[in-house]
Design a protein around this ligand. Sequence first.
Ligand code: HEM
Length: 241
Amino acid sequence: MSIKRISGPALSDLLQSLTGLLLVLFVWGHMFFESSILLGKDAMLWVTRMFEGEHIFGQPYPLLVSAVAAAIFALIALHAILALRKFPASAAQYRRFHQHMESMHHADTTLWYVQVVTGFSLFFLASAHVFLVFIQPDNIGPYASSDRIWSGRFWLLYAPLLVCVHLHAGIGIYRLVMKWAPIPAAQTQQVRRRLKIAMWGIIVFFIALGSASLVTYMKIGYDHADRVGERYHGADGRGGV
Ligand code: HEM
């Protein structure tokens, strides 16, 4: 089928899958960069400077971080608008879906519902985080992030965001593969079983990685609570973050 001939609901579905895939790849990559704090403050400082373009341009340009945040926000908005079409639209539809889900006991139907609930939560949780990154791109770093998370109590945002985003990303990728991969009918059950094991493995891995980083930021923020606002200067003593 050529792209030109795809239109209407099929085009919306394709775009929803593509925007979802890009967002999942971004979030998984982001988790590794953001977890650099597990390797120490200097490792996170290096990553922060890299995203500000300092390793290429010789000085930091936090606006680069704002530009990425704006692009991610646009992707989230497009993905959400396309997904809204599939949300139950009234109390009656919700009731009917619940009856359907409870009577069927079908794992993939339940997973779809988890996508609706986590997707809805992400409207708020992800938007709050990305907006903050957009308006304060120069406020990211070993001390700046840790102070925000502990003294600014942002762990209250990040803990539910972490769980929702990784459930949503893991289940989303599982559904993408089931939907678009050319799986021979005879192997569907076997592939489905294996994909589910991979899906849960990935979800548990990222939630564990994110929890370890979150606790590390909280610990640094706790130890730094009497010096909030002070920036971390690396071993070279250059501009701190
Ligand atoms: C340009 C876009 C983004 C940048 C630069 C960014 C950067 C960061 C940074 C530096 C942290 C550490 C805490 C802090 O400084 O506040 C963080 C935490 C986090 N971010 Fe992002 N982020 C972006 C987008 C996103 C998106 C789109 C999501 C998911 C929808 C996301 C999910 C998270 C989560 C779950 C945490 C907490 C991680 C943990 O528990 O260790 N971020 N982000």
